[in-house]
Design a protein around this ligand. Structure first.
Ligand SMILES: Nc1ncnc2c1ncn2[C@@H]1O[C@H](COP(=O)(O)OP(=O)(O)O)[C@@H](O)[C@H]1O
Ligand SMILES: [Mg+2]
Length: 483
């Protein structure tokens, strides 16, 4: 029987700590011991922490040999100004988890193979999965959008397990729709949210699976049969969710394919397959409503093409916009850092000219406590690391710990914006020009630029930025030429 989240736990400001374990999941009691020991150790060793901070130095702690990585993942509570969280006044929610890696994306289990001629279009992945480990940190959004969505979903699901709650009183589907332009990160975010949900709710729902429905493939492949196929798929999801200790995250990508406007299907004389698909989807979703351990996350590029009866069932409709210039800066920054990390670009030459003497000291190094210095008992000084939660764009970036090849967005604004020749400022100028391009395109440009505009061998940072400038120029020319 799944544990219930107490009322108190929902109310206290909480720091969420994620502890990645080395091996396969330990027995539940060992897992609990790890969480308890970690909570105790953190309170002993740290006065304050920041979101995104990675911690180590747990030698001597019970089961410490099992720990791979400990991260202060998130905070739930009233708005916090400084970004430094006091461990004495915040409740700690420690989740220890291991990543599954046995079923790779290509060999994922399928659930809709009822006959030999049916190509499976629904796939299952056990969560948390190593394949999805980078999804969360790879996305850059403004306003802490992924963390905010995660909190809504966690709260939705934890309220469902409130003892005595009569589910039939509420028209509550646990249905979330992420909509926005193509390439804005919707599909990635769905999977990342599922992964994070499985970790965050680990003590409430110890098992978790992701069921991915490729709506597009389902409809095109099974023309005339899609209603039946959708019904059958949801029937099986329904039975999988009978184990109330299993979180079932259903992701329906490009949902407009099977939830299209019924008014369109009924007009005209063509087959009304779409109409039947939509009807079946609505009926199937209604059947899932009474299962408290299911959440359905859908994506769509075309919210206007979605049937109003479907939209009416959606609890959270979230626009996922194309990245803002600040987010674009951070996307380029992460791409260039990766090129340097993988030695395609050489950053040994000074990347950024030294700041003018009057500027403040470097504020971008996070208090990672890697050296286990005694300092970790001290509250970080104000001139120390920039709190990760203060700016979402920086915070989503700052969880990735790597050398500061290109400065953070706020450091760039303070130190380099007035130095147009610095790589940081040049990247910022590019980011502003790229507003409107999709995340997918943006993530391609730095490496595409390198392939197209450099000759091989070791490329230095200046050349990499110049190649990016050329790639952006080319892309913008195509976009403008195409419209
Ligand atoms: N906001 C973003 N931040 C970082 N990368 C992004 C973002 N949006 C998209 N991407 C990149 O583009 C790729 C495609 O995104 P995807 O999730 O398929 O978009 P969508 O489903 O909205 O079309 C992702 O793998 C990611 O690398
Ligand atoms: Mg998509």
């Amino acid at each position: 029987m799944a544990a219930k989240m107490s009322h108190d736990e929902l109310l206290k400001p909480t720091l969420h700590v994620e502890a990645l374990l080395k091996a396969s999941p330990p027995a539940p009691h060992i897992n609990q011991e790890i969480c308890a020991a970690l909570a105790e150790r953190l309170k002993e060793d740290y006065e304050t922490v920041t979101i995104g901070q990675r911690l180590n130095g747990f030698d001597g702690m019970k089961h410490c040999a099992l720990l791979l990585e400990v991260e202060i993942a998130d905070y739930t509570g009233p708005e916090h100004k400084t970004g430094y969280f006091d461990l004495q006044n915040n409740q700690l929610d420690v989740q220890a988890y291991s990543l599954t890696s046995d079923d790779t994306p290509d060999t994922r289990r399928t659930i809709d193979q009822t006959s030999a001629d049916e190509v499976p279009k629904t796939r299952i992945l056990t969560l948390p999965h190593s394949f999805l480990n980078e999804a969360w940190t790879s996305l850059v959004f403004d306003d802490n959008l992924p963390a905010r969505l995660l909190r809504y979903l966690v709260r939705m699901l934890s309220m469902m397990s409130q003892p005595g709650l009569n589910l039939s009183t509420f028209n509550w589907n646990r249905l979330c729709l992420l909509h926005g332009p193509p390439g804005s990160g919707k599909s990635t975010l769905c999977r990342a949210l599922s992964q994070k949900l499985s970790i965050r709710l680990g003590n409430v729902l110890p098992n978790a699976i992701l069921v991915e429905i490729n709506a597009n493939a389902m409809l095109s492949k099974y023309f005339g049969e899609s209603g039946k196929l959708i019904g059958g798929t949801f029937e099986r999801i329904h039975s999988m969710a009978q184990s109330r200790s299993t979180l079932v995250c259903v992701v329906i990508d490009e949902v407009e394919t099977i939830a299209s406007l019924r008014s369109k299907s009924t007009s005209g004389s063509e087959c009304n397959d779409g109409l039947r698909a939509t009807n079946q989807l609505l009926t199937s979703l209604d059947r899932l409503r009474n299962l408290p351990n299911i959440i359905v996350i859908c994506t769509s590029n075309l919210i206007d093409a979605i049937d109003s009866a479907f939209l009416d069932r959606v609890d959270i409709k979230q626009l996922i916009p194309a990245p803002s210039p600040a987010a674009i800066y951070n996307i380029f920054r992460s791409c260039i850092s990766e090129l340097v990390r993988s030695s395609l670009v050489d950053s040994s030459k000074p990347a950024t000219p030294p700041p003018p003497p009057s500027t403040p000291p470097n504020r971008t190094t996070r208090a990672t406590n890697n050296n286990k210095s005694k300092k970790r008992k001290l509250a970080p000084a104000r001139t120390d690391p920039e709190p990760a939660s203060s700016s979402s764009v920086d915070s989503s970036w700052s969880v990735v710990s790597q050398p500061e090849i290109i400065p953070t967005f706020s450091e760039m604004k303070v130190k380099y914006e007035s130095q147009p020749a610095s790589p940081a400022c040049r990247i910022w100028l590019l980011a502003q020009r790229c507003h409107g391009l999709s995340g997918r395109t943006l993530r391609r440009l730095p490496i595409l630029g390198l392939a197209m505009y450099t000759w091989g061998g070791l490329v230095d940072l200046e050349e990499a930025v110049a190649a990016l400038e050329a790639a952006v120029e080319q892309e913008l020319m195509v976009v403008k030429g195409g419209t």
